[in-house]
Design a protein around this ligand. Structure first.
Ligand SMILES: [Zn+2]
Length: 387
């Protein structure tokens, strides 16, 4: 009798009290761990919430997830479970947590998840916990950021071997700590559970996806929810994914210390923007000198070959004779080349502002060519102009 009353309360009373579309029945089964929702507006910063006829809306971003990431997570978790089942024997196995760090782009009103970082060689796995090897993941993220500077740590995904499809109290401690320490102050957390005896329920909530026999439950945690979990509805997109460039990884393996220090130095050069360009065959470095307005591209094949360099300023290739290339040996850093080119270019183009008139003419010419382009597009019937 008592149980029936309790169930009735759970079914009928609680969901009505909290009119939230993303909140499903299962969310109320874990009142402690999953209490993201609050009717109390004092809980969240005022500028991040709005009120509509007494219902509080938190300013959560839109969430986009690259389809390939979801498939990779499902494949990875299924493989991990199979392997640990085999290891532990037929009856005792398969029941440890595992997971990935999620990486992506956080913009003002959206989060795109487009990459994964493996747990790492020093990760610890147990039934109720997975501790990621954060040093390993940070190292990988640094490498990804050399090519994709906008990408950052966007959250984590982990498997709960049982049926608990929401974040645990332990998860909250770990996750809120990470989020508070992050620049974006918000992240996405995915809890994956396996199909049980009865398989996956057909009707699941909007914040849940079913992929390859697994159930993915999406939660948001951030400043706008006062560091509580909130279910968030993902939009699956076919965006390209990001990962460490194989050619870059190879370079790091061949020259671990040099690569680390040289790239660190390049990143810290004042007035320079440094990145790695995508290439399978070469290691290609792009360094932009902002005040002298040139771009240096260094293309490197392997340790013993002399790199090739190209300096481009205002669309024209500059001829510069670089001594460190003439006397190339593998102990010469890319940073050295970069500093030498800056010296040469600052002699060639002392930092004098271009005369105003010249800039006006240039601006006009740019405008004119854009208009010509639009005109040609219009008359060739190719549709709208780009701008
Ligand atoms: Zn957990």
């Amino acid at each position: 009798m008592g149980i029936a009353v309790l169930l009735a309360v759970i079914y009928f009373v609680i969901p009505k009290k909290n009119k939230d579309k993303n909140m499903g029945f299962f969310d109320w089964l874990n009142p402690f761990d999953n209490r993201p929702y609050s009717d109390n507006p004092i809980d969240a910063p005022q500028h991040l919430i709005s009120h509509d006829r007494g219902v509080v809306h938190y300013a959560m971003p839109k969430l986009f997830v690259a389809e390939k990431c979801l498939n990779d997570i499902a494949d990875g978790i299924n493989t991990f479970s199979r392997q640990s089942s085999l290891k532990a024997g037929l009856f005792g196995g398969g029941s440890t947590e595992t997971g990935y760090a999620l990486i992506g782009v956080n913009e003002s009103d959206s989060i795109l998840i487009n990459g994964l970082l493996e747990a790492g060689p020093k990760a610890e796995y147990s039934y109720g916990h997975v501790k990621f090897d954060r040093d390993y993941q940070q190292e990988k993220l640094d490498k990804v950021q050399l090519v994709f500077p906008d990408v950052g740590h966007a959250g984590d995904v982990h498997l709960h071997p049982g049926s608990m499809n929401s974040c645990s109290g332990g998860d909250l401690t770990t996750d809120s700590g990470n989020v508070r320490a992050s620049a974006s102050k918000e992240m996405v957390f995915i809890i994956v559970t396996r199909a049980g005896f009865l398989g996956l329920p057909d009707r699941v909530d909007k914040h849940v996806l079913k992929i390859k026999g697994l159930q993915f439950n999406f939660y948001y945690l951030g400043e706008s929810t006062n560091y509580r979990y909130r279910p968030i509805v993902p939009q699956v997109v076919t965006a390209p994914t990001v990962a460490v460039l194989p050619r870059l990884e190879q370079y790091f393996q061949e020259h671990p210390i040099r690569a680390k220090l040289d790239f660190e130095a390049l990143k810290k050069l004042p007035d320079h923007d440094f990145s790695i360009l995508k290439s399978d065959q070469y290691l290609v470095l792009k360094i932009v000198n902002k005040s002298l307005g040139y771009r240096l591209v260094i293309k490197h094949n392997n340790g013993s070959c002399t790199p090739t360099c190209q300096v481009v300023r205002n669309g024209k290739v500059e001829s510069v004779s670089i001594e460190s290339l003439a006397n190339w040996n593998p102990s010469i850093w890319f940073t050295q080349i970069c500093i030498e080119v800056e010296k040469l270019m600052s002699v060639k183009y002392p930092k004098v502002k271009e005369p105003k008139n010249e800039r006006v003419v240039q601006a006009y010419q740019r405008q004119k060519s854009t208009r010509d382009f639009q005109y040609h597009q219009a008359i060739s019937g190719r549709g709208k102009s780009r701008r």
